[in-house]
Design a protein around this ligand. Structure first.
Ligand SMILES: [Zn+2]
Length: 698
């Protein structure tokens, strides 16, 4: 073939591929994260869980990527997609199947596809819901590049006096009054009327008239912010409930402008002020008049925002602080989705978000869950550090890394790549401690624990004060770890070869920093749990840099993740922890066909007592794979085939392979010695095999 013909041929091929793409359709799929360290390959990530991601993508494009996925269904423009916290049992799941299609289940949640006219029935169920994000940004553009300010102990002592003053200013009486006012929601113009509801559809601007109870609460919050001398605005947005009406909802946003060099960067404290009582009977018919006092959910969170505003408005900070109360949260996080979308379009630099949703209920020992994703962990650590430094209690904070807990207003900030955490009195729906009267007419102030609320709010206000950096302090050191300064060599190691990990940190600021901890963690392909492999302390003078170095041997086929953390646990107080974690993936694969570690569990196995034998192994590349179980006479009792690239025959760890102890006819095999054998054959016909002895007891 001549060169020109060749080019013509390739062009035609390309055109035909592109045409196919434009003709074909979008699908929703799930992808195991271990199969795709590189999420950047996908054009539209809609959700990232602990070990999976949901992707909306063109079917042909997916085929080109050559990444194993599970098809959930066609994407339909006219459908609504919701995440629903349905609990671990099947009770609510069963109910949900009557409303629409359950596309996916993970931990206590489902992905539900419904037609728009079914939305109001979903809302009536009273379960925590969130719209499936439209598109997740992997990180905000500036997040890895800004250096943090770290204070020396002496400087911190000066700030500590002020932070202590701020914490001590938190008043239980004020908090109680805020919650009572919001629960009663008295008409601001006619004091005789108490709405006792803040349901977000009860607004003035609508074609479905009721009273304006929700607007009245917004106005109450607006007036409070105003009285503290803050800049306040309504951030309104339209909402439609199909076959019911159009509504204009309002977030209330107050701003305390920063007065230092970081004034364009923003810390945010948030809570939703709308309420619902959808678990009480007749809600669907009577929401225009039924009470929805929402004392714990979420007048308590709003009290945190108002109390922070009342106190912090009296000081000047380097960073800008925004105090935001959202509407439409109970209907699917509409207020925060609207706000974050707009803030992202305006390229706002949001450094960190503290969200509060139900912080006043606990039947026994007082504890609160602080929900975070990996990148936002520094904010949770900042709260824990504030609590221990200022000895605030009695309250136990549980830091929980759970990217799947998306049922409050922190989640839309995650979608835009920003750092955010949620404080909630219990995040486990099935726990006996979970607020039993959530979303009912009984969520009233007499159920609340003000010791708990005020402890949480002290921590919140103290943390926000430290983060936003009170004005008038000394120059800061500025520790930076920059993406290109994490080097893995060699980048494509062979098995058993030692990989050198080098990370460099530098102090670009104007003051020295001492005893800065730096840690290196390794996430391995099978366990996928981070393991600490190196920790060091560094003294860094101004303009000085240092390196942490370690090496590790990789022995399992698959994808590894190296994480470097600076100042983990926030022992040294920083005002910006966005660059505290850096990660890099490293792949151990091979062009030759090799089987890695093979594990059988449990062994011995007692069918009847043990449901399944779990088989795990790693592959150096995708391969057609056969699992065979034979007895001591060499007779095959069970055989299963896995296709190249599919689970069981894919590169890296293959973990969910099960055998229930029955033979091909479905009969239980007798006790004795057996062998489990894995044989893998790659596309070139090269084979590798491994076997292990297995004891069956009857
Ligand atoms: Zn809530």
């Amino acid at each position: 073939m001549s060169k020109n013909i060749c080019i013509l041929f390739i062009s035609l091929l390309l055109i035909s591929v592109l045409c196919n793409i434009s003709n074909s359709h979008e699908v929703l799929v799930s992808v195991k994260l271990e199969n795709s360290n590189n999420l950047e390959n996908f054009r539209n990530i809609r959700f990232i869980g602990k070990d999976f991601a949901l992707i909306q993508e063109d079917e042909d494009f997916l085929a080109l990527l050559d990444i194993p996925y599970t098809l959930l269904g066609d994407f339909r423009e006219n459908s609504l997609y919701y995440l629903v916290k349905a609990g671990y049992d099947n009770y609510h799941v069963q109910e949900l199947t009557e409303l629409g299609n359950i596309l996916y289940r993970f931990s206590d949640s489902v992905v539900l596809e419904i037609e728009p006219h079914m939305e109001r029935y979903l809302i009536t169920m009273g379960l925590p819901i969130a719209l499936l994000p439209k598109k997740i940004k992997l990180s905000s553009p500036r997040s890895f590049w800004m250096a943090p300010d770290i204070k020396t102990k002496e400087e911190y002592a000066a700030d500590a006096v002020l932070i202590k003053e701020v914490i001590d200013a938190v008043s239980v009486n004020e908090i109680e009054q805020f919650i009572l006012d919001l629960q009663e929601n008295r008409d601001l113009d006619q004091p005789g009327i108490a709405y006792r509801s803040r349901y977000s559809l009860r607004v003035a601007e609508t074609d479905d008239p009721s009273d304006d109870a929700c607007d009245n609460a917004a106005e109450y919050i607006y007036n409070k912010f105003k009285s503290y001398g803050l800049d306040v605005e309504y951030d309104s947005f339209p909402h439609e409930v199909l076959t019911q009406g159009h509504y204009q909802m309002r977030n209330v946003v107050a701003t305390l402008p920063g007065s230092g060099p970081n004034s364009t960067s923003i810390f945010v404290i948030t809570a939703h002020y709308d309420s619902v009582a959808s678990k009480s009977p007749n809600w669907q018919l009577e929401w225009k008049t039924m009470p929805a006092p929402g004392a714990n959910d979420n007048a308590s969170g709003v009290a945190a925002v108002l109390e922070a505003a009342r106190i912090l408005s009296q000081y000047d900070f380097d960073y800008t602080i925004k105090f935001i109360t959202f509407s439409g949260e109970e209907l699917g996080l509409h207020g925060s989705k609207h706000y974050t979308r707009k803030a992202s379009e305006e390229n706002k630099d949001i450094v960190g978000v503290l969200n509060f949703d139900m912080i006043s209920y606990d039947p026994d020992e007082l504890d609160i869950d602080v929900i975070t994703n990996i990148k936002s962990e520094w904010l949770a650590d900042a709260m824990l550090a504030t609590q221990s430094k200022f000895n605030i209690g009695p309250l136990k904070l549980h830091k929980i890394i759970n990217p799947e807990m998306v049922y409050s207003d922190h989640a839309p900030f995650w979608e835009q790549g920003w750092n955010a955490i949620l404080s909630i009195d219990n995040s486990n729906f099935d726990s006996p401690e979970f607020y039993p009267i959530m979303h009912t007419v009984d969520d009233t102030i007499d159920n609340l624990n003000f010791n708990m609320a005020s402890s949480m709010i002290r921590i919140a206000v103290g943390t926000l004060c430290s983060l936003a950096d009170p004005e008038g302090s000394e120059p800061h050191p500025d520790l930076a770890i920059i993406k290109d300064d994490l080097v893995l060599s060699p980048e494509n190691p062979s098995r058993g070869e030692s990989v050198r990990i080098t990370a460099r940190i530098a102090n670009l600021g104007k003051a020295d920093a001492r005893s800065v901890p730096v840690q290196v963690w390794l996430m391995e392909p099978i366990s996928h749990e981070p393991r600490l492999i190196k920790e060091d302390l560094f003294d860094l003078e101004v303009n000085q840099s240092a390196s942490i170095q370690t090496s590790v041997e990789l022995t399992e086929w698959g994808n590894y993740e190296v994480l470097v953390k600076v100042n983990p646990g926030y022992y040294i107080f920083e005002t910006n922890g966005r660059n505290n974690v850096i990660s890099r993936s490293i792949t151990l694969g091979s062009s030759s066909m090799l089987l890695g570690k093979m594990m059988l569990y449990p062994n011995p196995m007692a069918p009847g007592r043990d449901k399944n034998l779990n088989v795990t192994y790693t592959l150096s590349k995708n391969a057609n794979t056969r699992m065979e179980i034979y007895d001591s006479m060499g007779n095959t009792v069970y055989k299963e085939y896995f296709t190249l690239g599919e689970p069981g025959g894919k590169f890296g760890p293959n973990t969910d392979i099960n055998w229930d102890g029955t033979n091909q006819m479905g009969e239980k095999v007798s006790g004795g010695i057996y062998f489990c054998c894995i044989v893998s054959t790659d596309e070139n016909g090269n084979t590798s095999s491994r076997s292990k002895k297995l004891l069956i007891i009857r």
